[in-house]
Design a protein around this ligand. Structure first.
Ligand code: AMP
Length: 365
């Protein structure tokens, strides 16, 4: 352990390993390069977006033990951009002597909605009321305890609103559970939110904390469409979001950037929906709104560098470019006050995140 601790801060020229080669990995690799690091990206797809900008690429499954050992051998630290990396992969990397950040425990908790909400409540971060659903027989007691409607979510594998369905009445509960695959699930009380917010935060190797201004988020068909930051919220709500993020980061002994999704209720109280143990789509505004964006911040944290400033220099509206919307690149590139980020994906499948634009405006006004 002390040998691992001695390697930090990593000097420029060190290799940072990244599990996952999507757009988040690509923007991490770009940020790492700017600080003089090299990156090594492991992804099952040979043409994954991050592989086009990384010095080293390993094309292999996340369960390929030999490939993980190879990644560990060339990397001074290993991080991830993809949170469904199997826990066994993190164990294999740690076993091969690699320093992994954020900690595997954060990943394991975030992969299981029941473990996540249980952890959050125990740590003191408020969530909606919930109940585990392991069998059809659990539906009745959950409805008796929480009332209805209830949002049923599979414990594992759901993302962008997939694996979720509302139980509107007790009579349809079994059918709804069947519709999400009759798999281990969690039933959640409605959040009754007026807005969806998120906070991007970071914790350094020395325990230093940093918080970005909260973003306001808008989803369409379960997929993030737009984030606006800094959100027009009171300083008290910002402080509440920071307290929640600090609680989570500290309880996990976390190193790196985290994204915490929040519900804002009409009384100003915040509830945590979930956290992502990685850089987050609702933090893309920081690329053009802050001196040090979430990607550089994450690289700084895992490399044991001091964290950078997080205040907003502009108001930013971030819009995801989904599917064929990316074909508008010519128009968007000519738009004043707009910065275009494209992920280099060959195939613009419907709904696929192909890029995003950040539209900047002055902070005041
Ligand atoms: P998730 O997959 O947990 O991020 O949920 C996707 C979206 O579903 C969220 O962004 C919310 O819009 C909505 N949602 C999630 N949980 C709840 C809840 N308990 N009550 C109401 N809406 C929810």
């Amino acid at each position: 352990l002390s040998a691992a601790a001695d390697r930090f801060p990593l000097p420029p020229g060190s290799v940072i390993g990244i599990l996952g080669g999507g757009q988040l990995g690509r923007m991490l690799a770009l940020a790492a390069a700017r600080l003089g690091f090299e990156t090594a990206v492991l992804d099952p797809a040979p043409d994954a977006p991050a592989t086009r900008v990384a010095a080293h690429t390993i094309t292999a499954a996340y369960t390929d033990a030999e490939a993980l050992v190879r990644l560990a051998a060339i990397s001074a630290v290993i991080t991830f951009e993809f949170e469904n990396v199997p826990a066994a992969a993190v164990d294999a990397l740690t076993g091969a002597g690699a320093a992994v950040a954020p900690p595997g425990r954060a990943l394991a908790i975030a992969q299981d909605r029941l473990a996540e909400k249980t952890f959050l409540n125990e740590a003191g971060a408020p969530t909606v009321a919930f109940a585990p659903i392991d069998a059809a027989a659990d539906l009745g007691p959950a409805l008796a305890k929480l009332g209805h409607p209830l949002l049923l979510k599979t414990r594992r594998g759901g993302y962008d609103g997939k694996g979720q369905a509302w139980i509107e009445s007790p009579a349809e509960a079994e059918a709804v559970w069947a519709s999400v695959g009759a798999r281990a699930a969690i039933a959640e009380a409605p959040a009754d939110f007026i807005r969806e917010l998120s906070i991007i935060a970071a914790r350094g190797r020395d325990g230093e904390l940093a918080f970005y201004p909260v973003a306001e988020n808008h989803h369409e068909h379960g997929v993030l469409r737009r984030s606006v930051a800094p959100a027009r919220i009171s300083p008290k709500v910002q402080a509440q979001a920071e307290r929640i993020a600090a609680t989570v980061l500290t309880a996990l002994d976390y190193v790196g950037v985290i994204g915490v999704e929040l519900f804002e209720r009409d009384d100003g109280r915040l509830l945590v929906n979930e956290f992502a143990p990685r850089v987050h789509n609702t933090g893309h505004w920081t690329l053009d709104g802050c001196e040090v964006d979430q990607f550089e911040q994450h690289i700084r944290a895992v490399a044991g560098w001091p964290l950078g400033p997080t205040q907003a220099l502009a108001r930013v509206e971030m819009t995801n470019l989904l599917g064929a919307e990316v074909d508008q690149w010519r128009v968007l590139a000519a738009e004043p006050g707009t910065r275009l980020w494209l992920y280099g994906k060959a195939e613009a499948r419907p709904g696929r995140k192909m890029g995003h634009v950040n539209r900047l405006s002055p902070l005041k006004g």
